[in-house]
Design a protein around this ligand. Structure first.
Ligand SMILES: [Zn+2]
Length: 244
């Protein structure tokens, strides 16, 4: 994986605007990992995908993340900031051969969900149906008392244990922040989604940088590609001169 230049990031932003988040994630990683095929990127577990996006975010905008949320108890708006290292979790337990779960009479071989699975499941809007598609795709072998069985007939407690085991085995896929409200003292956990977080930053950055291109191109007649190729420091100095 390599960092993205301003020109590459702008191209990804242009292509990903209005697309679903999984597609935005894939566009970012396809641009940053040109040595890998789209199939390889689609088959990364969600946690591995998000770990890469976290690294790419660090290379692009730095290690500090700042965001806003509202306290679910009193509604107070609060700002929180954290470091990329605070939400970096260990790599998934198993890559190739897969994972195993034994519960009661049941025994399963399965792999971790990836973006390809989310795309397949995303075509449905019904939770039960989404779960069934994920199980069908990720469970490689299901047995009851050693007899092979269809994965869609697994009882709810086994499905629940499977979901918990998947989250445990791929911790980056389920990133939660421990938050507390200074107003009322309420404590809660919030899911952190690197894809939407990073994409909204890219959106704000793109609008800002296009405005900078506009100002410099208008003032000096330079080409867009040349302005984008400048370091941010150099751009800022020229912008300061234009403003004067
Ligand atoms: Zn509160």
């Amino acid at each position: 994986m390599q960092p993205l230049s301003a020109i590459e990031l702008l191209r990804v932003w242009e292509e990903g605007q209005g697309e679903p988040p999984y597609r935005q994630a894939i566009l970012l990683l396809a641009a940053a990992c040109p040595e890998e095929s789209p199939e390889e990127i689609l088959s990364l577990s969600i946690g591995s995908r998000d770990a890469r996006l976290l690294t790419l975010r660090e290379w692009t905008f730095g290690a500090e993340l700042t965001s806003f949320t509202a306290c679910p108890a009193c509604g107070e708006r609060l700002e929180f900031s954290l470091n990329v290292s605070d939400i970096r979790f260990p790599a998934p337990e198993a890559k190739g051969p897969g994972l195993h779960l034994a519960l009661d009479d049941y025994s399963l071989d399965f792999r971790l969900p990836n973006t390809g699975d989310l795309i397949a499941a995303g075509r449905s809007s019904e939770i039960g149906q989404i779960q069934r598609i994920l199980i069908e795709r990720c469970v490689r072998d299901a047995r009851r008392q050693d007899e092979p069985m269809a994965a869609e007939r697994l009882p709810p407690q086994v499905v629940e244990a499977l979901a918990a085991r998947m989250a445990e085995a791929d911790p980056q896929a389920d990133t939660r922040l421990a938050l507390s409200c200074q107003g009322c003292g309420h404590r809660w956990q919030a899911l952190f989604d690197i894809v939407s977080f990073f994409w909204s930053e890219i959106q704000a950055w793109a609008v800002r940088i296009l405005r900078e291109v506009h100002l410099l191109a208008s003032a000096y007649g330079w080409h867009e590609a040349d302005i984008l190729a400048m370091s941010p420091q150099r751009r800022r100095i020229y912008l300061g001169m234009v403003a004067v």
